[in-house]
Structure formats: C-alpha cells, structure tokens
Write a protein that binds this ligand. Structure first.
Ligand code: UDP
Length: 318
C-alpha cells in the first residue's frame, strides 16, 4: 500500500512547519502549500532533500488542487497580532475563501480535515478559564477582528461542510504557543522578550503587565494536533497549556533563562488586548489523553539556542 498523503496549508509557518515534520516522522507524504506571506522557506530548509516532502508556493485564496490526498491540515493564516494587523485583508480572505478551498479539497478526495482555530474566538473572555462551550466576547469591528472574526467564520464554514457535505472535520483551538522557528520579528511576546533580552535592550511590557497568557511549548502543541487528527471529535477542542502567567512574570522568566541584565520598560496596552487567557483542557485530557509536559521555564530554555542564532543572524545581515 502506498503511503498516505497529507496537504498542510500554511506549512511554512511556525506551527505548520513543525506539523510537517511530525507527519513525515509518522510516515506520511506531505505537500506543503504556502504563499510565504508570513511563512518562511527557512522553516523548511531541512526538508530540501526529503523525498516524501513537496513544497508548493501558492495562495489558497485561489482554488487549489495538489492531487489526491488523505488528509487536509488547514493551517494557513497570519497568526501574530503584528502580522494580522499588517495583513488584515489577507487574514480575512484566507480565513474565509481559503477555508472554502481547503474544505473543497477534502470534499473532492473524501479526505479527513483538521483546521487550526484559536483562543481568539473567545475574544477578551468573560469566562475563565475558557471551555469550548464558551461563545466568546469579541469586538467585531476592533483591530483584532480581522483575525478573530476570520477564525470564527472558519469554524462556521467547517461545521457547515460537515453538516451539508459530510466532510470529516476537526477543529483545534490553539492558545499561545512558542518555541524554535517563532519568527523573531512577529511581535509576539515571547519573540519580543527573547530578542530584547539577548540584545540587552529593554523588555517592552504593554500596560501594567498584569494581563495573563498561558504558554504551550511547540512539541506539546503538535502532539495535541496529532492526537486530535486521529480522533473522531468534530466539535472544537482546546489545545494549550493551562499554566497561566502574567506578562510581567513571563518577562522575568525570560530574563532569568537568558541571563540578561535588561530592564523592563512599560508601553501602552494595545486596544482590545485580552486581559486573561487560560484554556480549560478537560476535554483534551478526557478525549485524547493529552496533557502538556513542558513548563514555561523549561520551554524557554529549550528555545534559547534558536533565538540566539536568530538574533546573531539578524545582526549579521544589518
Ligand atoms: N506583549 C507585551 N510586550 C510585547 C509583546 C506583547 O507586553 O513586546 C503583551 C501583549 O500586550 C499581550 C501579551 O503580551 O497582552 C501576548 O501578546 P502576543 O502578541 O504574544 O499574543 P496575543 O495573546 O495577544 O495574541
């Protein structure tokens, strides 16, 4: 029997590229489709001579067909607040048009389908921690809405294809994730703090730093995706680390792990910045037997070599 074939949209991104690696390790043939808007070839460089891997540079806002596939992993989208602010219309288009096209591929080949959604569906949540049953508290016209509403629409289209076309779908709601391949200049809190700490610059804490996030190391996150991909659960599942930190605590951990003497500088809080974020992962625990294993300090230590290299390379380019 020939090996199974999967397509990963957004496979050149941070999470998409780690997912490609994990699927290849499980024996899949993998086709990555990415328009490189925020994804990077560098994330796939190590697969250059991998016969089971194929890269197709393409914008999935146009219909696409890479031949018969058994699984569609739909991960294409700008995902950091800086990236989706810079590419607001493209974010709305990939979440809407791109999702139709990814689902059309799954439908055509009777392939299974898993889509990356986000904790942003919960907005600035009034329920804490957030369970999958919470409908969210999202500003539909604010600066984050290009991402939040695109992903909420993504979920709606996905459920519609299941109901109307019997596509075998899954939805993962991803919470803040970090690790190697996080782009140095994507503006996310871990990339910013690591970059600033390693350069000896001030760490920029927005607001008073008491807002919270719950950070999941990339290998834990990918393990959750794989488990969900093998399950039959079609309603959304939170995959994230429930250990919650204030942003100030995160800054202090980055200083500790990097050994940096940088100071902390306070800057204004961006509009609609969620005050708290923590997944309730009861469903993932019960359904998938999934549990994150890497705490924030350990994960930051595991990421340090990557960030050191990225900072050095950026310095060399200037
Ligand atoms: N943040 C910060 N300093 C930075 C970047 C981000 O204090 O240099 C804060 C941001 O305001 C938010 C949290 O860190 O409260 C997480 O931001 P990120 O952009 O990583 O992702 P979000 O969870 O907001 O989508």
């Amino acid at each position: 029997m020939s090996p199974k074939r999967a397509v990963v949209t957004g496979g050149a991104g941070f999470l998409g590229s780690h997912l490609c690696d994990a699927l290849l390790a499980e024996g899949w043939c993998v086709v990555c489709v990415d328009n490189l808007l925020t994804g990077r070839r560098a994330n796939l460089e190590h697969l250059r001579n991998e016969p089971a891997f194929e890269f197709v540079e393409k914008d999935i806002c146009e219909p696409f067909d890479v031949g018969k596939v058994d699984y569609v992993f739909h991960f294409a989208s700008p995902a950091s607040p800086v990236d989706y602010s810079n590419h607001g219309i493209a974010t709305l288009k990939v979440g809407s048009l791109g999702t139709f096209h990814a689902l059309d591929v799954a439908r055509k080949y009777s392939a299974k389908y898993l889509v990356s959604s986000t904790s942003e569906c919960y907005g600035d949540p009034l329920e804490h921690p957030q369970k999958e049953t919470y409908w969210g508290h999202v500003n539909p016209i604010g600066p984050r809405s290009v991402y939040d509403e695109a992903k909420r629409f993504t979920e709606a289209v996905t459920m519609a294809y299941r109901r109307y076309h019997n596509v075998d779908t899954r939805i993962v709601r991803i919470f803040n994730t970090y690790g190697p391949r996080l782009q140095l200049n994507d503006g996310r809190v871990v990339s910013n703090f690591m970059k600033q700490a390693l350069r000896g610059e001030d760490l920029t804490v927005y607001g008073d730093g008491n807002q919270t996030r719950s950070f999941c190391y990339v290998s834990d996150e990918i393990d959750g995706f794989l488990r969900l991909s093998k399950s039959d659960e079609h309603l959304p599942v939170n995959i994230g680390n429930p250990n919650e930190f204030t942003i100030l605590e995160c800054a202090q951990l980055v200083l500790k792990v990097s050994g940096s003497k940088s100071n902390i500088r306070y800057e204004p809080l961006p509009q609609d910045d969620p005050k708290q974020r923590r997944p309730d992962i009861t469903k993932a625990r019960q359904l998938l037997g999934w549990e994150p294993t890497i705490d924030l300090e350990t994960g930051l230590l595991k990421s340090l070599a990557y960030f050191k290299k990225a900072v050095a390379e950026e310095g060399a380019v200037k």
